[in-house]
Write a protein of this length. Structure first.
Ligand code: FE2
Ligand code: FE2
Length: 468
């Protein structure tokens, strides 16, 4: 572990002069991107952050006050496995790739660029949120997520610059040039071009969209391209906190709404300054459906190629499966044919996006169960739910068709008529925004959200997480 170098790393960077030079050249561009597109304001404030300093499961992180521009973004890979093998696909059992195999070069670069693009994109989406934080605890969590997404960008840039030569360097530069939501140079994936300008959006984003990240990284952590697998394994350690922020954030909003509803059953919770359950439901519908798109088409020759090549596996490929070739299996899914939903059987390898999406949905359902428990605990019978996976999709088999929240095919006209019941309207968004008044006094919290049950790393909620 080289922590004192300009770029902290555990990849012996100082012994690879060419790569070190490329990364040191990229560093000031990253910092100027961070300055322009990172969190607005607060850059000079001390934030109580964790910084990765090791990759072991114990004690990998150090907590202290840091000014964000001075955060030690580094390159950390899980240790190499001796005799690592390609764990699935046509080359199953062959030695893992330590260099990029020529025939898979374009596919691999595309995978890494697509993952890499999401990291700075989310920072851009969230850059104004510090100004409206519900508490110092939440502000600190926002900035923690932001600096770690910055580190994830470093992780992907390391792979591009270290293994893809000239075009890898060009791609690394382009990662700092695209902008979330900019029509001329948008980010690659649509969920990362959607505004995330209030805290309900932020919690839903970190719950649903960062969770997509968990599944993509898990599939890449199985990769036969070992540097990618080792990079992603360590990123997953950090990612867990991002999902925690979203999951518990939504849970706390639900809890507070339930408390306010109980106070006065006959009154609209808006009158008490809470976020009504139907608005929470619409935000869930919005971010869940956009996040489902991130897994790609249901029937995909890319997914088959990536698996065959040993580049991208299934979720817990080694733990969950015995047949790592998956050449003969089939998968049945619903598709639209002649205006009707009908089952179609497809070769398993072509259905791997859908298989991964299924794992993701199961995980999201657990979150819903926790939020519904918060409602039960407050004695309410109302329930939140996930919309059907076909609802409001822009990628894959269901894009271009209209479905209701239960997943039944409906006409475009009907969808347009009902849309305001299912997805956030301008009025809903304006109402949520109207609640977003910053609360920055130590130990205080906004009225529309409940405090967390505990603080960060043994600190109480009443702790000066950000020194303003
Ligand atoms: Fe990330
Ligand atoms: Fe994340």
């Amino acid at each position: 572990m080289n922590l004192n170098e300009r770029i902290p790393n555990n990849v012996n960077l100082s012994e690879d002069k060419r790569l070190q030079r490329a990364l040191e050249k990229w560093l000031p561009n990253f910092l100027s991107w961070w300055h322009d597109m990172g969190p607005d304001g607060f850059q000079e404030k001390d934030v109580w952050l964790r910084t990765a300093i090791d990759v072991g499961s114990e004690g990998w992180a150090h907590f202290d006050y840091v000014k964000m521009p001075e955060y030690r973004w580094g390159i950390f890979l899980e240790p190499a496995q001796p005799d690592a093998k390609v764990g699935f696909g046509d080359n199953y059992g062959a030695p893992a790739y330590q260099e990029v195999p020529g025939e898979f070069r374009n596919a691999l670069r595309r995978i890494i660029v697509t993952q890499g693009d999401t990291e700075p994109a989310s920072v851009e989406q969230q850059r104004q949120l510090g100004h409206t934080c519900p508490s110092l605890y939440d502000m600190r969590n926002l900035f923690q997520v932001n600096v770690e997404e910055g580190r994830h960008l470093w992780a992907m840039v390391y792979l591009l610059q270290g293994y893809f030569g000239r075009d890898g360097r060009d791609e690394a530069d382009a990662l700092l040039e695209r902008r979330s939501g900019n029509p001329d140079k948008p980010r690659i994936l649509e969920a990362f071009n959607q505004p995330c300008d209030d805290w309900l959006n932020f919690y839903a984003f970190t719950m649903f969209t960062d969770r997509d990240g968990k599944y993509q990284l898990s599939a890449l952590a199985e990769s036969g391209f070992e540097p990618l697998a080792r990079t992603c394994r360590f990123m997953l350690t950090e990612e867990a906190h991002h999902m925690f922020v979203g999951d518990t954030g939504l849970s706390r909003v639900v809890k507070r709404t339930a408390q306010l509803m109980k106070q006065n059953r006959s009154e609209d919770v808006r009158a008490l300054g809470g976020i009504p359950l139907d608005i929470i439901q619409k935000y869930i519908n919005f971010w869940f459906s956009y996040s489902l798109d991130l897994f790609g088409g249901e029937i995909s020759s890319n997914s088959a190629d990536f698996f065959a090549a040993g580049l991208k596996g299934r979720f817990k490929e080694q733990e969950q499966y015995t047949d790592h070739i998956a050449a003969d299996g089939t998968f049945t899914m619903m598709v639209v044919e002649n205006g009707k939903l009908v089952p179609r059987e497809v070769p398993l390898r072509n259905a791997l996006n859908e298989v991964l999406r299924g794992e993701y949905v199961k995980d999201c359902e657990k979150g819903l169960a926790r939020w519904n428990k918060a409602l039960t605990d407050e004695g309410l019978s109302e329930r939140l739910c996930l919309p059907n996976i076909r609802f409001h999709r822009h990628v894959g088999e269901y894009a271009g068709h209209s479905f209701n929240i239960e997943g039944n095919l409906i006409s475009k006209e009907e969808f347009e008529m009902k849309k305001s019941e299912w997805l956030p309207t301008i009025e809903d968004r304006e109402y949520v925004r109207s609640l977003m008044k910053p609360v920055t006094e130590i130990g205080k919290i906004a009225n529309w959200i409940a405090p967390p049950t505990s603080g960060i790393k043994g600190k109480p909620f009443e702790f000066e997480y950000v020194r303003l």
